[in-house]
Design a protein around this ligand. Sequence first.
Ligand code: BGC
Length: 409
Amino acid sequence: MRKREGELRFPEGFLFGTATAGHQIEGDNVNSDWWHWEKSGKLPVKSGRAVNSWELWKEDLDLAKNLGTNAYRFSLEWARIEPAEGKFEPSALKHYEEEIVYLHRLGMQAMLTLWHFTLPEWFAKKGGFSRRENLWYFERFIKFVLANLTEPPDYWITLNEPSNVYVGGSYIYGLCPPGKRDVWSTVSVFFNLAEPHRVAYGLIHARYPEAKVSAAINMMCFENFDRNPLLSVLAWAGDLFFNRLFLRRIVGFMDFVGVNYYYVHETRWRDLLPRALTRRIIKEIQLGERFDIAWPVYPQGIYKIVMSLKKYGLPIIITENGLADDRSGKREAFISDTLEWLRQAMGDGAEVSGYFYWTLMDNFEWTSGYEPKYGLYSVEPKTFKRILKPSGKYYRKICRDKALIVGEG
Ligand code: BGC
């Protein structure tokens, strides 16, 4: 593939944003299943006050603006809006609405996620999304949101990474609440989750016919670097199960495709072995460099993924992409490489309308606590002071110029 040199321009209306999620930044999310999970000692670190964004949200939106971004993705915390079954807290929804209003005042677009991994504890106790009869609770929550929100966001994300990351973490590996490891729940949740997406899609469109709605689908790039034809079949199957099975079930209910992309899966024969046997091997031969999180980072994977989505004929937005690393100073190169490959896909006909870097500032990284640093701002643990990192300055220049300089130095 030809690599470009010089200035790569992005179209005028292109969205350059950052993404966050309520539980990871707000703090004191006391009625959520995650809060209870953390309290029960299942994790070495608790979210606690997180980075206190519940109080500092205005400052945070100013930081996003100062970054030169024209869009911001954030999420509702269902547990704050409906802390007890059927008991809604309008002031919590108002809080989120104020964020939308403020973003608009700043001249930025708001992308609102309705559900980003956390559940109200009362809903989790009923079995959460693993029981079909529970789905209407989510529907009731969406109805409440739609009936009471007077300033709608510009983009809606119904569910964040429902099929693979949520199901994997919570029902296959048991690392996240409810900590299950059983096949039946896995299959139920996987199949059940398409429904809340479709329902939310319909309800949002009934209220706002012009709304732009999607889910944020986590997609992994499956590569067979050995070019072995049999392994290609395995890579194809991995892509089908991990990336596409869920997407296919909801693609008729999407106005754009939201993609969270982080890393590559190098397809090997070991994929055919039971995971228990391969865990050690996987550790030893991770592809590429390892950063705060041991994911094989692979910027060019974004090209392959985006090109593979062209066939759906929908605009594509990268709703998350980021690098957890403050030590190597490679975030700038990571962003540059990723955007270069994204721009290349656009040149080759993919309709990409935005890119959201994960994340605005360092925050609570789920089971990994506060160690992984994805942010463009760092946050001092005691004072919550936000400090712009060199990579933040770098991204700021790209966002302001709507262009990227490549192939120099
Ligand atoms: C999730 C984020 C998370 C990020 C980095 C994504 O899968 O949506 O909540 O912080 O990955 O691990």
